[in-house]
Design a protein around this ligand. Structure first.
Ligand SMILES: O=C(O)CCC(=O)C(=O)O
Length: 258
């Protein structure tokens, strides 16, 4: 294995300090080349076999139907790194492939994840590992973040967007943040970044010829209580390491075998 492709170890104190100050962190590789190729083959298969009416930006919670993905989501190297950020009791909150095809990949409007998960998680503490399945640059619509915005945990204003023009149906109102402070989180294929649920982020459309696929792998400490919004909220969470710290208040689903 070349030095360039060596997976990273757990976060250092300097990493943690940056993450806590900025609400995001560029990180190294987590999977080796063979593991990444395996994941990419699987994603290519999911994209190819999806219902044609579904855009590839919308492959949300693929692990509910495809237990193979637990191989990556619960990989010991991934969990060791996540443990470095949030401690030894770890719950898999969610995952999502956001694959923007070259030429007409949809933008992701400015938002905080906390605003989308409001009312279901208490306290709102989620870390997202954003894995660059493909090289992710300004040209093909890399993630963009507004550093430090996670420090103000406030209700923010959104405005509606025209349907079908964006991965989401609304966007944070421009008065809520300073776009001039946006940072492009450019990553080589296989590298990852982390962001906090309260960090303002988004990404532009992909007008380049190159696909931009990211896999969001989202984790929370096991003291976070998940309360489904209603009976229609069929979201599943998995205790992937350590112990429940909610006193049984969070309904965990068993991790699929094999
Ligand atoms: O993939 C993107 O461009 C945006 C990702 C995102 O919104 C997230 O990971 O929460």
């Amino acid at each position: 294995m070349s030095a360039q492709s060596a997976p990273a170890g757990p976060p250092t104190p300097a990493h943690l300090e940056m993450y806590r100050a900025d609400g995001y962190l560029r990180f190294g590789r987590i999977f080796d080349e063979a593991e990444l190729a395996d994941l990419r083959r699987y994603i290519d298969f999911l994209i190819e076999t999806r219902p044609k009416s579904k855009r590839p930006e919308h492959l949300d919670v693929p692990h509910f139907e495809h237990p193979y993905l637990f191989k990556f989501l619960t990989h010991p190297r991934v969990l060791d790194i996540i443990e470095g950020f949030i401690g030894p009791d770890i719950v898999l909150w969610s995952s999502h492939f956001i694959s923007k095809p070259g030429g007409d990949g949809l933008p992701v409007s400015w938002h905080t994840d906390a605003d989308y998960w409001k009312g279901r998680l208490d306290p709102m503490e989620v870390i997202t590992l954003w894995l660059a399945v493909d090289r992710s640059t300004r040209e093909n619509g890399c993630m963009r973040v507004i550093p430090g915005t996670h420090l103000r945990r406030i209700e923010r204003r959104y405005r509606d967007l025209a349907p079908g023009t964006n991965v989401f149906e609304n966007t944070l109102d421009e008065s809520e943040f300073d776009l001039g402070r946006a940072v492009d989180v450019e990553l080589e294929a296989g590298e990852c970044s982390f962001h906090d649920a309260w960090t303002i982020h988004g990404s532009e459309g992909n007008f380049s010829p190159m696909r931009r696929c990211g896999y969001t792998m989202r984790y929370m400490p096991a003291h976070v209580v998940f309360t489904p919004l209603s009976e229609r909220d069929q979201h599943k969470v998995f205790l992937v390491r350590g112990k429940d710290r909610t006193g049984g208040k969070t309904p965990y689903t068993e991790i699929p075998k094999g």
